[in-house]
Structures are given as C-alpha cells and as structure tokens.
Design a protein around this ligand. Structure first.
Ligand SMILES: *Cc1c(COP(=O)(O)O)cnc(C)c1O
Length: 327
C-alpha cells in the first residue's frame, strides 16, 4: 500500500469524517517532561475514528455495490461508523447483531438510520447472517480493519499529525486489529522513518501482540476489559494489517486494567477529556517511558469516547472500580 492511497482517502471522506483537533496536554507534558499532544478522535460525529475507515470503504464501492447496500456485524464503534457513513452516502446498511446486544446500542444504531437485524445469541451467529447476506443478496461487507480502503481511511490521521505537529517523534496508538496503527504508521514512516510508532493493547487478549510473537495470526481467548473496543482477534486469514504492523510498527506494549483506568482518570481529571478505555490506553504509556522508548514530541491518539457514562463516572471517581470489568 502506498501513501497516495491515504491522500485519496482523505478526499473521499472529507464530507463525512472531520479533521480532528490536536490539543496540547499541559499536565501530562509537565509530568512526563515531554511535549505531549492528544489527537482527539473522540470528537468525530460517531465518537470514534472508525468513521474514517468506514467512509473510505464506502467511497471505494462501485455504483452497483452501493445500490445493493452494505452490511457488518459490529455493534460497537465500527457498526456506528458504518451506519453513519452509509446514511451520508445514501446507501442502505444492515447491522447484524445477536439478541444479547444491549438496548442502548441497538437504539444508537437505529438512530443512525441503519437497519438492525437481530439473529441468534452470539457474535458468531450475527457474522453468519452477514456471510449469508453477502452470498445471497450481494451486499458488500464493510470490514472493521483488514481492508486497504479502511486502512487508508484511518491513515488520514497520520497526515493530520504530520501537518499539525511536524516535530513529532513518537506516536502512541491503540491497537486491536491493526487498521488504525497500520494506516498511521504508513503515513508517518513514509514521511520520516525515524518517527517511532508504538502500539498499545491491554494485557488480556492482545491478539496482534500474540500473533507477532508467533510469526503468524493466532487466536487468543477473549476476556472482558475496560478497553472493550480492543477486543476480538485479527482474523486467522488476515491479509493486510498483520504484515503492515510487522513491518512498520516499532513496538507493541501491553498495559494492565488498573493502568487503563488510571489513564481514563488522568485524561479526565487533569486534561478535561472523556475517553473510553481503548481511547485512553496510550496515556498509560507516559508513566512507563522506558517500555516504549518515548521521544520528546509525543502524539497520543485518543481513539474514542463511547463508554457508558455511569460507568465512566464511577471509574473516574473511585480508584479500584476497574476491578469489576465492563462486560
Ligand atoms: C476499533 C478501535 C480501536 C482499534 O483499532 P484497530 O484498527 O482494530 O486496531 C481503538 N480504539 C477504539 C475506540 C476503537 O473503536
């Protein structure tokens, strides 16, 4: 994949996703002795960066594919993004979900104008319905990370970082399936191979980290985490993100649940920003600069803010609450 694809994606998504602010983090900067800036993907209209990739993937579909509609199985940030972007492009979207999906998530998807299809009692059964709709009705599946247009869409964050923070020497990026970090790393490393790009995952169930260690994609056991948006595997048939992460990312660091909670607290109480666990995870590394080899000019991608606000309030109010995981 080439940098040019990211520039094309930027043009394709400009009416759907916003150019997010890069803000100073004075307290975190002073505490860490570095110039720390926060890339607030929390300010996207769906509350997370996934809108960039979803819009880019929709833009890449042919007229015929758009006329038939799109489908996906995520009820989280990707599902929201697909629903929002599809409405903007005038494409019909079906989001498949299991009966166990919480009501608020179902309502959020419907409010964005997508059709919710409830099938079975597990994510796997929801995915089977996606596969069926693709095969039987010719709908296009919009994947959450392992697709060149999705990666290019997320990579537009890298272009914005280069423009707004030309001194950047380190980027801290939340990591799950790897679409976000692969796109950002492609943009940053093409501009300057010396910029360090560091992935951050939770200790429990870090599929990319386990796959890198094994030398090929592997499955990991899923456990509940404060960083619930980082759950799930990278796909045993991974085609793009595994190789890109392997070649472009300098290090992957894992952090504990307690440190994720502490990062959410410090982002909120010290800098005034709401982030979900996955969104705050990069901040956890500031306390452990030796692990990541941090430079002087550090950008942290704060990837999303979609967290139940009652739970968020409990976490920021009381250290220790994180010991009861969210799912
Ligand atoms: C999906 C997601 C991530 C991880 O992105 P990948 O491309 O899967 O690595 C990080 N943070 C949030 C908030 C997300 O929704």
């Amino acid at each position: 994949m080439q940098l040019q694809a990211i520039y094309r994606a930027r043009r394709a998504i400009e009416d759907v996703a916003i150019r997010t602010p890069l803000v100073p983090a004075p307290v975190l900067s002073a505490a860490s002795g570095r110039e720390v800036r926060l890339k607030l993907e929390t300010t996207q209209p769906t509350g997370a960066f996934k809108l960039r990739g979803a819009a880019s993937a929709l833009a890449g579909l042919s007229e015929q594919e758009r006329a038939r509609g799109v489908v996906c199985a995520s009820t989280g940030n990707h599902g929201r993004a697909v629903a929002f972007a599809a409405r903007r492009f005038g494409v019909s979207a079906i989001i498949c979900m299991s009966e166990l999906v919480p009501r608020n998530k179902l309502a959020a998807i419907r409010a964005l104008g997508a059709q919710a299809r409830i099938v079975g009692r597990s994510q796997d059964e929801a995915q089977e319905e996606v596969d069926r709709l693709v095969a039987a009705e010719g709908l296009a599946e919009i994947p959450p990370f392992d697709h060149p247009d999705v990666i290019a869409g997320q990579g537009t964050i890298g272009l914005e970082l280069l423009e707004d923070f030309p001194e950047i020497d380190t980027a801290l990026v939340p990591l799950s399936g790897g679409g976000l970090i692969a796109g950002i790393a492609l943009a940053l490393k093409t501009a300057s191979p010396a910029v360090r790009v560091i992935g951050v995952s939770m200790e429990k169930g870090a599929a990319m980290q386990a796959s890198l260690a094994a030398g090929h994609p592997v499955q990991v056991e899923e456990t509940a985490s404060l960083a619930d948006s980082l759950g799930g595997g990278i796909g045993l048939a991974n085609r793009h993100t595994f190789q890109m992460v392997r070649h472009l990312v300098d290090a992957v660091v894992l952090v504990s649940e307690a440190k994720i909670a502490a990062a959410m607290r410090s982002l909120f109480l010290e800098e005034g920003w709401v982030a979900e666990g996955a969104g705050a995870i990069g901040v956890a590394l500031l306390a452990e600069p030796h692990l990541a080899g941090l430079g002087r000019n550090v950008a942290i991608v704060v990837s999303g803010r979609n967290v139940d606000m009652n739970r968020f309030a409990a976490i920021v109010a009381a250290p220790g609450v994180e010991e009861e995981p969210c799912r």
